[in-house]
Write a protein that binds this ligand. Structure first.
Ligand code: DOR
Length: 442
């Protein structure tokens, strides 16, 4: 195992916490950032990484992923998913409870933590899923980054869609509640109306429409205001929700958006077919500028991939048999940095949305910034060159990306987790292991 006690990064463009860049060296000791100086003169260092021409950013914290282990390992597992993270500059992830068994009690949470400790190349955290019948587990299971509620787009025990059951969850305790906000009753009614008319996957965005998303977001905000309960809206997908939040959000409510809702739309069905099918669905192109503006204005706080791999064979089934979801952890950072390079936002904003704002929202201490004393979870990216997304280079077990062929800049050259070099110019160090995340609030 390459456990570098001392690592020196030289002459990189370092993103500082105030958003400025600084050309200099960073010394890492015992997994922490020890020093940031124009030049550090040290000889007894295990590894020196030449950062010249590269940009040093805090590692990405991806706050919504589905890594499928246990129970669905034919799609992905914690090892392959974490390899994809390392390649994509994602140094920590927060994973969702819709695995088999469901992560709805302490035993299932412990099992995931144990699996991740033995398999994950990057740092890991897990949500505890609400069933409506596990109030004690929601209060006590730990460490968990928060409670996940599927208000819609789910079946079985993890679906909690009725207002009285949701109210009971919001009323008890104070840990963060993250909601998948879609109105299940509306979706079911529209399914009856539209299914059978065609197998065209673009029906997905019509059945699970913008109003279904808005209804659920409004209900979640209402309950959060009623109990002053910390609420996070997962993968916000529509302009109307963003405008609703602009006027109704408080300082204990946060929201996220995915790169796919920012960059793909209902027009993507024509080329991607069911690969573009996800929940909440892709929206019409008019939504994109509104989501971007909400992100730029701070109405949307950060970015998550909702990495949800399915095999190509599963995706090849005709709609509605085809499952919803797409992978994302190894393309999210270059996708967003390419947008920055094109002038849509700054590199510092991308880092705020993908690292520091996530750490702040989930109360993850000492992560998300390049600052002495902080954990050395870092990524050196190349903002000079472009390289396409190629399926043969992907680490995710599902082996495809909706962004295949997109020519991107900002690809990670080195990824460092807790001071350990886990990815270096197309090579993974599969001996490295991440750590369980901790949370200030719980
Ligand atoms: O498209 C999706 N797929 N959205 C979700 O929220 C769940 C996910 C999955 O687990 O496949």
């Amino acid at each position: 195992m390459s456990n570098f006690t001392q690592l020196l990064i030289t002459q990189a463009e370092i993103l500082l916490p105030n958003g400025d860049f600084f050309l200099g060296d960073v010394l890492i000791k015992d997994g922490k950032i020890a020093q940031i100086e124009p030049s550090i003169d040290i000889t007894d260092v295990n590894t020196i990484l030449d950062g010249s021409g590269l940009t040093l950013l805090p590692g990405v914290i991806d706050p919504q992923v589905h890594f499928r282990e246990p129970g669905l390992e034919h799609k992905e597992d914690l090892f392959t998913a974490s390899c994809a993270c390392a390649k994509g500059g994602v140094t920590s992830f927060l994973e969702m409870p819709n695995t088999k068994p469901l992560t709805i009690n302490q035993a299932a949470l412990n099992d995931k933590l144990q699996r991740a400790a033995s398999k994950s190349l990057v740092n890991y955290g897990f949500f505890i899923g609400a069933t409506g019948d596990n109030p004690a587990e929601l209060l006590t299971s730990k460490p968990a980054c928060g409670i996940k509620i599927f208000m819609g787009s789910m079946h079985g025990p993890l679906l909690v869609s009725q207002e009285d059951r949701l109210d009971a969850i919001f009323a008890q305790g104070d840990r963060l509640i993250a909601v998948h906000a879609e109105d299940q009753a509306r979706i079911e009614a529209r399914r009856q109306e539209y299914l059978g008319t065609s197998n065209d996957v673009s029906l997905h965005s019509i059945i699970q429409d913008e109003i279904a998303a808005l209804n659920a977001t409004q209900l979640a905000v209402k309950l959060s205001l009623r109990y002053q309960r910390r609420l996070h809206i997962l993968h916000l997908s529509t302009g109307i929700e963003a405008e609703f939040l602009r006027h109704n959000k408080t300082d204990w409510i946060t929201a996220e958006v995915t790169p796919q809702h920012l960059l793909l739309s209902t027009e993507s069905y024509a080329s991607l077919g069911t690969l573009a099918q996800m929940n909440p669905p892709l929206r019409s192109p008019e939504n994109q500028p509104i989501l971007w503006q909400a992100l730029l204005d701070g109405v949307i706080d950060f970015i998550a991939t909702d990495h949800a791999p399915h095999t190509l064979a599963e995706k090849a089934q005709p709609y509605p048999k085809s499952p919803s979801g797409m992978p994302g952890v190894e393309t999210s950072l270059p996708l967003m940095l390419t947008q920055a390079k094109q002038g849509r936002c700054s590199v510092a904003q991308v880092s705020k949305w993908m690292s520091s704002n996530v750490a702040k929202a989930y109360g993850i201490p000492n992560k998300g910034l390049i600052k002495p004393g902080y954990d050395a979870d870092l990524v050196l990216v190349d903002l000079q060159n472009y390289h396409p997304v190629l399926k043969e280079e992907l680490q995710t077990k599902c082996g495809w990306s909706p962004f295949e062929g997109w020519n991107l800049t900002g690809w990670p050259v080195y990824t460092i987790v807790g001071g350990n070099l886990v990815y270096e110019r197309d090579k993974l160090n599969t001996q490295v292991r991440g750590k369980a995340l901790s949370y200030d609030n719980f």
